[in-house]
Ligand binder design. Structure first.
Ligand SMILES: O=C([O-])CC(=O)C(=O)O
Ligand SMILES: [Mg+2]
Length: 417
């Protein structure tokens, strides 16, 4: 119980009328003895024999091809830190709801209590066969990197760490659009990234693939701007370490910066830092649920800024919800072995381009707006946009086919666009 009505509403939503947010549904007729004999013994032996003879038939006779595991160890839950496996379950159930509602992908949420990355890897590798894909969620750096790599090597299905690549894809799409509106090029901008974890590293890598210069990047963790003179710098931080002279603190780095990407924790940025940025800055304060700085605070010191958060209750929601349901839809539909960078970039371009299209009436109504169009408070489509399911899976599936990641052809039922 809590005295705050908004918090109480969230607890009630999760508790009533039955605890949790999803349940399992049966997809075949199942009322008669004949149907019982088909679904269970003896009929069920036929697909068993078929899959023994041809493992790919699992996509034909079971739910594997539409089933994703959302798996966490609870080590970095949202921006809340190490909540633990059990307490991560509402988030994983939430991801399952989004997968289902937005892309009709079925999900088992799986929370793993593991002491070491090896235990986690081993657990997931042993159950991977059940699924058409694995969405790793809310796993802290640095283990998330080694976990994802090991599982990609051990499994022949996509293993996608959402907080790395899902977040990076949405950041990149939103950033390209924000920079277009601010009249800047990604090649030229000075980028400050607060948070050297999964989301930050992957976002910077993807920005680099899109043309951003490593020399223009300032990555900041709890100890300040990362330089190569620091002792015991792990590899993943060394990748973006600076050398020589330059700003050492967050406020020094913010001075004159064009872009701020916050993937850290609540309230770490103040209005003075925003005021000191270059003209026409872009501020993505993405820590969930409480951003690094609230939009109303940032906007109170700058009229020329474009602002995004990870939240649903402000414009410009830069959140991986725009990615994972649709990316997996496309990957599953071509029985992809992996979700590679070509597929990431295809999703970036699909999202970037969609934001330039007129906003549909259903979205205007859902967000209670008379009009809305590409501009400072609309740099990225909203998660409730019904066109996402038409454009993102198609782009991802096409990239999978073209890059050799697909094991099935481009789906005949996809409209070409
Ligand atoms: O769950 C969200 O809203 C986005 C996300 O993956 C995270 O913050 O870890
Ligand atoms: Mg997450």
């Amino acid at each position: 119980m809590t005295d705050n009505p908004r918090k109480q509403a969230a607890l009630d939503y999760h508790e009533k009328p039955r605890p949790g947010k999803l349940a399992i549904a049966v997809t075949k007729p199942f009322t008669t003895p004949a149907e019982l004999a088909l679904a269970y013994t003896p009929g069920v032996a036929e697909p068993v024999r078929a899959i023994m003879a041809e493992p790919a038939d699992a996509y034909r006779y079971t739910s594997k091809g539409n089933l994703v595991a959302v798996i966490s160890d609870g080590s970095a839950v949202l921006g809340l830190g190490k909540a633990g496996a059990l307490a991560s379950k509402p988030v994983m159930e939430g991801k399952a709801v989004l997968f289902k509602k937005f892309a009709d992908v079925d999900v088992f949420d799986i929370e793993v209590e593991s002491e070491t990355p090896e235990q986690f890897i081993d657990t997931v590798a042993r159950i991977g066969v059940t699924f058409g894909g694995i969405n790793l969620e809310d796993i802290a750096a640095p283990h998330c990197f080694e976990i994802e790599k090991a599982l990609q090597e051990r499994l022949d299905i996509p293993v996608f760490h959402d907080d790395q690549h899902g977040t990076a894809i949405i950041v990149a799409a939103g950033l390209l659009n924000a920079l277009e509106l601010q009249g800047k090029r990604i090649e030229d901008v000075r980028i400050v990234c607060l948070g050297a974890g999964a989301a930050g590293m992957a976002s910077l890598r993807l920005c680099q693939a899109l043309g951003a210069a490593r020399d223009n990047m300032f990555v900041i963790d709890r100890a300040g701007v990362i330089y190569d003179d620091r002792d015991n710098l792990p590899d993943y931080k060394a990748e973006f370490a600076r050398s020589g002279d330059g700003p050492r603190t967050l406020s020094e780095a913010m001075h004159g910066a064009d872009v701020f990407i916050g993937v850290s924790g609540p309230g770490l940025v103040d209005a003075d830092m925003i005021a000191s940025m270059a003209e026409k800055p872009v501020v993505f304060a993405l820590s969930n649920p409480t951003p690094e700085i609230l939009p109303e605070v940032a906007q109170s010191v700058r009229a020329d800024l474009i602002m995004a958060t990870g939240r649903s209750d402000y414009p410009n929601q830069v959140n991986n919800v725009l990615g994972f349901p649709f990316i997996f839809r496309g990957a599953l539909d071509v029985h992809a072995k992996t979700i590679n960078q070509a597929m990431h970039l295809a999703a970036v371009e699909a999202l970037r381009a969609l934001a330039h299209e007129p906003v549909p009436r259903t979205v205007l109504d859902a967000y209670d707006r008379e009009s809305w169009s590409f501009g400072p408070d609309y740099i990225i489509p909203t998660p409730l946009d019904p066109r996402l399911i038409d454009v993102v899976p198609n782009a991802v599936a096409r990239a999978a086919v073209e890059s050799g990641a697909a094991r099935a052809p481009y789906p005949a039922h996809y409209q070409d666009n």
